[in-house]
Design a protein around this ligand. Sequence first.
Ligand code: UP5
Ligand code: MG
Length: 194
Amino acid sequence: MAKYNVVFVLGGPGAGKGTQCEKIVKHFGFVHLSAGDLLREERQRPGSQYGEEIETHIRNGTIVPVQITCSLLRRAMEESGKNNFLIDGFPRNKDNLDGWNKAMTGVAGVRLVLFFNCSEEVCISRCLSRGEAGSGRSDDNIQSLTKRIQTYHNSTMPIIDHYRGLNLVREIHGEKSPDEVFEDVKQVFAELKL
Ligand code: UP5
Ligand code: MG
């Protein structure tokens, strides 16, 4: 049995991954690791050799090489001292999936994939409003968002389909209020026996 239990949390930009993960942490005691947050932290870390590369990918809505992301995730998992993780916003493409499988098979078992389905219009409008409210995120602008959406359709949807084939995906409609969405999330977690 793998040491770590993982739930991947996927969905378009602004689909509500982070918002729902916070609620899951409170109710179900998982550790929340947002791949995007870990990359943004690494970008800011003085002396990081990856800062510029990460920023270029984030601004362009493209995907950072898996070696960087997977090692940040693995370190955070080890340092937490815990076993149950929500990994938010990863794996986003084939490179991510292959790199994860190579490094983590036998170490971490993927128990479920939560997929928040949200229309492109809603995703864009949420991220733009967040940018206008002062998120400080360099990708909450229409140019970056157009590319983020494109990457999501072209590269991330095939990963969701891959996990659908393994019967691991639980799809949740992400356009209701955060509390209503969480009611559906709770039902998914009720079936999860770790
Ligand atoms: N909001 C949330 N839920 C709502 C609801 N039900 N009703 C109304 N409003 C709702 O929510 C976004 C906004 O919507 C917030 O203002 C929230 O209040 C509101 P949030 O919960 O933050 O959504 P989330 O899906 O987490 O959106 P986020 O912008 O974080 O998604 P992305 O997937 O685009 O961002 P992420 O940080 O994961 O990645 C950013 C970039 O990092 C990527 O584009 C990529 O360049 C890079 N990256 C990698 O290269 N590799 C990785 O593995 C991960 C990231
Ligand atoms: Mg997020």
